[in-house]
Design a protein around this ligand. Sequence first.
Ligand code: ADP
Ligand code: NI
Length: 203
Amino acid sequence: MIDEAISFVRELFKDDFTGHDFDHTMRVYKLSIELSKNLDVDIDRLSLIALLHDVDDYKLFKDSEDHPNARRFLNSFGYKDIEPILNDIDDISFKGTDSKIPSTIEGKIAQDADRLDALGAIGIARAFAYGGSHKRKLYDEDDKNRSMSSFSEYKSSNSSTRAHFYEKLLHLKDMMNTIPGKREAIRRTDYMSSFLDELEKEI
Ligand code: ADP
Ligand code: NI
């Protein structure tokens, strides 16, 4: 089933250039397994959550609220506990000040892994890929005045890519669930902060 889930996401994301490609999902999957070491988790459940976490992302798919893609995949295996998996997937996504913490350890770990992939060198690359694909400017004068907002404001924001660091990315290190996740988030955020300092100097 895990192999099939990998094939499913490889096909689904093959035309993505917004930073949510197949490689993103695989990094989140591998990071999730890494973060779960020494914790008492259901590895199959964790793997499914990590692999399916973006298959119904509102930023990528229309009418995705009821998780049609994840449902179709899990149903095709006659999987029993679909709703709890979908609840965890719902809670993983960043929603500004309305962000949630998944209720299970598997959801918490996958959330940390997804957030780590928005940080560091890979996070910078993904942010600018997303910004470019959405026709966003690289930066604006007032980016540094941005802060975390409600989900509805965050969703409708059309700000520059640099603003995204101030409205989301720099806050993630304070929203981590696991100890190794937090440690790695701090390391990646330090790297991102030096990038922002350098960017400011060059601008
Ligand atoms: P989430 O589900 O928490 O929104 P994802 O794993 O779907 O997180 O990935 C979000 C990715 O898209 C991140 O790398 C993030 O930087 C990028 N992204 C989302 N919104 C923007 C934006 N407005 N500007 C630049 N990058 C963005
Ligand atoms: Ni993701």
